[in-house]
Design a protein around this ligand. Structure first.
Ligand SMILES: C[S@@+](CC[C@H](N)C(=O)[O-])C[C@H]1O[C@@H](n2cnc3c(N)ncnc32)[C@H](O)[C@@H]1O
Length: 205
């Protein structure tokens, strides 16, 4: 809320946000997500106890012309908007975890499905496997797809809950001006190091 208060109405072309879903996915659970592997252990935290207040969604609509909100199915009573244009990320999970995640969008267009496996050791792009540093990390590939389909190079995009920094890595390669914040100092430092590491390499086609 402090960050958004710094910006005038409609400053951002788009907000892509992934706030707490209020389901306790903040590091206390076993996040191995694959039975053959040792579990990845994260520092237990408490940030996923509740979803943001109604005022957060009002402020998001004030500063950003469009919004994409992950986990919106957990907070519809606060978003208070219908949409023809949901996004489904099909994680191609076959285990105990959710098969998909859902994002509300403010766009007036058809609903879309993005398929990308994200299941413990199994990832959609096994040649470029991502190191996981955060209990609810989303793949860079998901953000690259979102920015390719819902943004244009040069746009100003906001992310109020950066987490692992996947969005920032995708924004770097998509030519997007990303403004983002993360409240947890440990996540923030790990994300900064990861972003520096993963944007310093040259891309060979
Ligand atoms: C669902 S996770 C985001 C994961 C991210 N999309 C990724 O790919 O890594 C939510 C993040 O919001 C952070 N957070 C919680 N409350 C916050 C607040 N008030 N301001 C900024 N960040 C917050 C948490 O520390 C957590 O890292």
């Amino acid at each position: 809320m402090d960050l958004m208060a710094e910006f005038p109405d409609g400053h951002f072309d788009l907000a892509i946000v992934d706030p707490p879903y209020g389901i306790g996915e903040d590091g206390k659970k076993n996040h191995s997500r694959g039975k053959a592997a040792n579990p990845t252990l994260y520092t237990p935290k408490t940030w996923d106890r509740q979803t943001p207040p109604v005022e957060y969604f009002e402020e998001l609509r004030r500063v950003a012309k469009h919004q994409i909100i992950w986990g919106a199915n957990h907070m519809m009573e606060k978003i208070m908007r219908g949409s023809p244009s949901w996004i489904i990320w099909d994680k191609e999970n076959s285990g105990d975890f959710a098969d998909a995640e859902l994002a509300y969008t403010s766009h007036d267009r058809a609903a879309k499905i993005f398929k990308f496996r994200w299941n413990g050791m199994l990832q959609g792009d096994m040649k470029n496997k991502e190191v996981r540093i955060h209990p609810t990390q989303k793949p860079v590939a998901l953000y690259r797809w979102l920015l390719a389909n819902y943004a244009k190079p040069g746009m100003r995009v906001l992310d109020t809950h950066l987490g692992s920094g996947s969005h920032a890595i995708a924004a770097h390669y998509a030519g997007i001006h990303l403004t983002a914040c993360e409240i947890d100092a440990e996540y923030f430092e790990s994300a900064k190091a990861r972003i520096a590491r993963e944007t310093s390499q040259q891309t060979f086609l």
